[in-house]
Design a protein around this ligand. Structure first.
Ligand code: COA
Length: 303
């Protein structure tokens, strides 16, 4: 106990469900969830992927609407006439949760879907910087002073990534030194993105408590704690993202390998020189596997 109080201070425990952002959940889905008064049922109808901020929004809206609750529960917004698709549905391509058969939601979905797929098209550039090639694609490096078409593509991808991660627009610490690695598939789509920046120090994630009182393994992946003792580090992974349909194909692994090879001229960074920015549950699982330890390095988190 003494040792843990002395050496370890919880800097952050961050729970971030990793799913579509609030932006990608239309209002009528939220409203319907409230009116039915069965959040659990609604979540399960769209899978176990409903984000925490989705719940938060529902709760907020719930309190705002307290006065009208009784009235609203009697309203029926959509008629179930045996439609093929009814209620909360998640699009497998763009990840948006919307109410099928609700015209307003359908329209929002079409717009989001289109933007999502269009946003990751990659037509190819004459002067692209290919830093790795594979049987199923290649990795292109974009640097801050590259032509505007390359920077624009990076901004488009980052917008998508941030909306999926639920990030507000985060300005890089040293925009002039940021390196962006794009994984381009054979179908000419950006299916992976890694944004890296120089850092000077990072913190080790602490191992999860074991034993009877430890949280369930699912919760473990959502929360993490790290030491407050900084260690020197060289490269921070500000974002790492892989297109939903291309996950578990080692794209993230290949992006990090390439980063380690290309971040500093003439040297291959060790695992102890790279750190992950505020990892999501997926990011934590990936980093644990990639670094071969649950005590990988993190930086740039909210304490
Ligand atoms: N659950 C369990 N293990 C996982 C995992 C997951 N969701 N994602 C990766 N891993 C582990 C696996 O052991 C995997 O090897 P295996 O498939 O042979 O078992 C290994 O990491 C390598 O995974 P890889 O295929 O290279 O990862 P990926 O291309 O699927 O990308 C993420 C991983 C995290 C980038 C991807 O899930 C993603 O984009 N998530 C959304 C954005 C995000 O949360 N980014 C993290 C920010 S810190």
């Amino acid at each position: 106990m003494k040792i843990s109080m002395f050496l370890q201070k919880i800097l952050t425990v961050r729970i971030r469900q990793f799913l579509p952002s609030p932006l990608s959940i239309p209002s009528s889905v939220r409203l319907q969830s409230i009116q039915k008064g069965s959040l659990v049922g609604e979540q399960s109808s769209v899978g176990s992927i409903t984000p925490a901020n989705f719940l938060k929004q529902i709760n907020t809206q719930k309190s705002i609407n307290t006065r009208d609750t009784n009235k609203e529960t009697k309203d029926q917004l959509i008629i179930d006439a045996g439609q093929k698709h009814f209620g909360a549905t998640m699009c497998k391509s763009c990840g948006m949760i919307y109410t099928a058969s609700n015209p307003e939601d359908e329209l929002q979905h079409v717009q989001h879907h289109h933007r999502f797929l269009e946003g990751i098209k990659y037509p190819g550039w004459k002067k692209e910087r290919v830093v790795a090639e594979f049987w199923d694609g290649k990795i292109v490096l974009v640097l801050p002073h590259d032509p505007s078409y390359a920077i624009k593509k990076v901004e488009d991808v980052q917008e998508l990534v941030d909306s999926e991660l639920g990030f507000q627009q985060v300005v890089p610490r040293c925009p002039d030194k940021t390196k962006t690695f794009l994984f381009i598939s054979d179908e000419k789509k950006v299916v992976g993105c890694l944004i890296a920046e120089p850092i000077k120090q990072a913190f080790r994630v602490l191992s999860e408590p074991t034993g009877a009182e430890s949280p369930s393994s699912k919760e473990c992946h959502r929360a993490w704690q790290c030491s407050n003792v900084p260690v020197p580090a060289v490269c921070g992974i500000s974002r790492i993202w892989v297109f939903r349909l291309k996950r578990r194909k080692r794209i993230a692994r290949r992006l990090v390998d390439t980063l380690r090879n290309r971040f500093m001229f003439g040297c291959f960074l060790s695992i102890d020189e790279i750190a992950f920015s505020d990892p999501t549950p997926d990011g934590k699982l990936f980093a644990t596997k990639y670094c071969n330890t649950p005590n990988f390095l993190v930086y740039n988190f909210n304490s």
